[in-house]
Design a protein around this ligand. Structure first.
Ligand SMILES: *Cc1c(COP(=O)(O)O)cnc(C)c1O
Length: 422
């Protein structure tokens, strides 16, 4: 067979060994994808998704059956009462912040219990920047509890804080940090510990990158509210934009009042031509997440064979699609990201450079040649140029092409003599 990409024999050899090593993990990933695909199918059938549901509305969007049914389908899959799935959410951050402003009132206390939240939330909370319009500016109090030394949540401190908290905030994924991601089971333990002390406390989870990695979602183990982005896992690489909030009916209603207007809530908001890709993306999402996971597991196995520190390890249980590879210096980081770009279906010929991205506090290099701009369910690598020069790799619409992207990233380092320097 003709070699389609210029990968050195040594890297190919290591890749073959890495892939063989990953076989049992891939099998587990396929099992979860099978369960979750059927979970989605069952919800489509249960809520009688029809051809008419796929057609969008215009104007105010009153009586948009497709929109209302999609909300119900999401809620059923997430095992909760209600959902708000909208293309109008501009990003995951927008969905998360809509939920925070929707639920919290002046004088309420928000307790982040997995350390500093994701970079883009800092300004919205008011712990970075000028603070205008932030939650803090609106009189919401904020407490941050750090994870313990081993990266696990401090259940004792959380229980104590829950007694005076309105909301306990959990970030499932590691984001741009090196802490472990939190399994759904661990999230359940946090919810239980908090509610044992204060049954009224609202447990909210930033579910970005986590959807469909496990068979259960946080809303099935005690979370009251979750939010995420549709250009990550639950959009299946097909949703062109959007976000979702899911959870308790009363809370989702408050969030809808914030997204649109109090009194109108979920009953307005036209869907234009967006419903078909949102349904279709959600339908594909479990197997796309499986492809992204296999790409991550393969990258972990290959890069650790080549001597790099990776987290999580190839055989560690996963709860999100993020893989970090510690590359040690900026040259390798840039070469790695440029290699990922070379393997992209779109814009393969451009070369990413570090830039000052809004919402982030250090320069970031981003490799992404995606059908949807910025979609990190498609193979992409983001790396803030700061210690320890880790590349955060995620996505992969299909495993065969995700694997090629990883090979090209490694080859790009080798081409510059940066692999041997290890
Ligand atoms: C991506 C992400 C966000 C924010 O999502 P955007 O869509 O980029 O605004 C929030 N939290 C985590 C953990 C994320 O991975």
């Amino acid at each position: 067979m003709k070699e389609l990409f210029p990968i050195s024999p040594r890297i190919r050899e290591e890749a073959a060994a890495a892939e063989a090593q990953c076989a049992p993990i891939f099998q587990q990933i396929d099992q979860v994808a099978e369960y979750n695909s059927n979970k989605v199918l069952e919800a489509f059938i249960h809520h009688r998704v029809s051809e008419a549901c796929l057609k969008g509305s215009t104007g105010y969007g009153y009586d948009d059956m497709g929109r209302d049914t999609l909300d119900k389908v999401f809620a059923r899959v997430f095992g909760c009462e209600a959902a708000l799935v909208r293309h109008n959410f501009v990003s995951g951050t927008h969905a998360l912040v809509t939920a925070l402003f929707g639920v919290l009132r002046p004088g309420d206390r928000l307790v982040a219990c997995t350390g500093k939240p994701y970079d883009t939330l800092e300004e919205a909370i008011g712990i970075r920047g000028h603070g205008q319009g932030s939650l803090t500016d609106f009189g919401v109090e904020y407490t941050q509890l750090e994870l313990l030394g081993d990266g696990t949540p401090d259940l004792e401190a959380i229980a104590k804080a829950a007694s005076y908290a309105k909301m306990i905030y959990i970030q499932r994924s590691r984001g741009y940090s090196l802490r472990p991601s939190l399994s759904v089971e661990t999230i359940g333990r946090i919810a239980q510990a908090a509610k044992a002390v204060n049954p009224d406390v609202i447990v909210m989870v930033d579910n970005c990158y986590g959807e469909f990695v496990e068979e259960q979602e946080p809303t099935q183990v005690g979370a009251d509210l979750v939010a995420g982005s549709l250009i990550k896992n639950p959009g299946g690489g097909i949703a062109p934009t959007g976000g979702y909030i899911a959870g308790r009916e009363d809370l989702v209603e408050l969030c809808a009042g914030r997204l649109t207007c109090p009194g109108m809530g979920r009953e307005v908001g036209c869907t234009l031509e967006m419903l078909r890709p949102l349904y279709q993306g959600f339908f594909f999402a479990p197997t796309v997440v499986a492809s992204a996971l296999k790409t991550a597991v393969f990258a972990a196995a290959l890069c650790s064979r080549l001597g790099f520190t990776v987290t999580p390890a190839w055989d560690e249980p996963r709860t999100d699609i993020i893989q970090s590879v510690l590359l040690g210096n900026d040259k390798r980081l840039i070469a790695f990201c440029q290699g990922i770009q070379k393997g992209s279906p779109v814009d393969s010929f451009v070369s990413p450079e570090p830039w000052d991205m809004p919402g982030y506090d250090s320069k970031v290099i981003m490799a992404a040649g995606a059908f949807t701009l910025g979609a990190s369910i498609e193979l992409s690598a983001d790396a803030p140029l700061r210690e320890p020069y880790a590349a955060w790799l995620q996505g992969g619409l299909t495993y065969p092409t995700g694997k090629t992207g990883v090979l090209l990233a490694v080859q790009s380092m080798a081409d510059q003599g940066l692999l041997e320097a290890q």
